[in-house]
Design a protein around this ligand. Structure first.
Ligand code: PLP
Length: 312
């Protein structure tokens, strides 16, 4: 996966991939005390274009501040560093992973003395669930793991250690033969996938949950809402209460059409992963929905203007 990546940006300098190492005593390694972003760069007629880099960096800084991580670089410096990474590695399109974390000094739970390190990785990663999923959709199963409440950990922060919850859910789902896991909160409300937000389609309207729920506020989610409204669709944050449907013995909760949003595209469009199968008892056989087609068409027409295009 990393074969084509030659350089890594580390603490303001550029090093060879093989030299981008971290000491085994780093606080972030032991406790997951770091935050990161997952950003896409697309190959466009104007050159490689990073999708909504400003929004990603804003969330990056916000995630870190929750954990007391003081970012030593400005957003402008990180913007230049991201572009430099794409350029130096010679990528036309890639996935970009900035991260900052507490380094090595002590391993107490209060990491006050630990230095803060910042790195930016980039590598080609066409699609997280494989390129076939872009056309065929993904299968999902309800996880037996509960999504942690935002008062347990800040779900709006994209923090390293917080992903253990997603990893448990994803491992379980894949072990059971599904592509992805769907997590409920303690009250039975549908939260999100292990690594993506979810939208349901009901009576021609889009429904998704909002910041009062325990979800990561996805950048793709917000773009999706904007595009949907531009298309004249009704879309609103909503509590996705699946409790009755799931608790009832013979009740099937029927999702006629739903999709995940996450940034992992092959071309210039928001990725919508259509969910084609929900686990056995709650089966749905959604086809690639009409809304997906509408979005694809809209994006095709709009092209990169919809994104925050940065030329090489
Ligand atoms: C838990 C979770 N929810 C939602 C998302 C989607 O976020 P975004 O659209 O900003 O990529 C992600 C992305 O990695 C995620 O990990």
């Amino acid at each position: 996966m990393f074969d084509q990546s030659q350089f890594v940006w580390m603490d303001g300098g550029i090093v060879a991939w093989k030299d981008a190492t971290v000491h085994v005593s780093a606080h972030g390694l032991h406790y997951g005390t770091g935050v990161f972003e997952g950003i896409r760069c697309y190959d466009t007629p104007l050159g490689p274009a990073v999708f909504r880099l400003d929004a990603h960096l804003e969330r990056f800084f916000a995630s870190g501040s929750v954990y007391g991580l003081r970012m030593p670089f400005t957003a402008a410096e990180l913007t230049d560093a991201v572009c430099e990474m794409i350029r130096r590695n010679g990528f036309r399109s890639c996935y970009i992973r900035p991260i900052y974390y507490y380094g090595s000094s002590n391993l107490g739970l209060f990491p006050d003395k630990c230095p803060i390190h910042v790195s930016i990785l980039a590598w080609p990663w066409a699609s997280y669930h494989g390129t076939a999923a872009l056309d065929d959709g993904v299968s999902v199963t309800m996880s037996s793991w509960t999504k942690f409440h935002s008062r347990m950990m800040p779900t709006t922060a994209k923090a390293c250690g917080q992903y253990l919850n997603s990893i448990l859910a994803a491992r379980e789902a894949v072990g059971d033969g599904y592509d992805e896991a769907l997590l409920l909160d303690q009250s039975g409300n549908l939260c999100e996938g292990a690594g993506e937000n979810i939208f349901l389609v009901k009576d021609g309207k889009l429904i998704t949950n909002g910041d009062q729920h325990s979800i990561l506020m996805g950048i793709t989610r917000s773009s999706m809402i904007t595009i949907a409204r531009d298309l004249g669709l009704t879309v609103g944050p909503h509590r996705l209460n699946m409790k009755r449907g799931l608790a009832g013995r013979d009740v099937r909760f029927r999702i006629v059409e739903c999709f995940f949003t996450r940034l992992r595209l092959v071309s210039i469009a928001l990725l919508i992963l259509v969910v084609v199968r929900v686990s056995e008892a709650q089966t749905t056989h959604a086809t690639l929905g009409t809304l997906k087609v509408a979005f694809d068409t809209q994006q095709g027409q709009k092209g990169p203007q919809a994104a925050n295009v940065r030329k090489e």
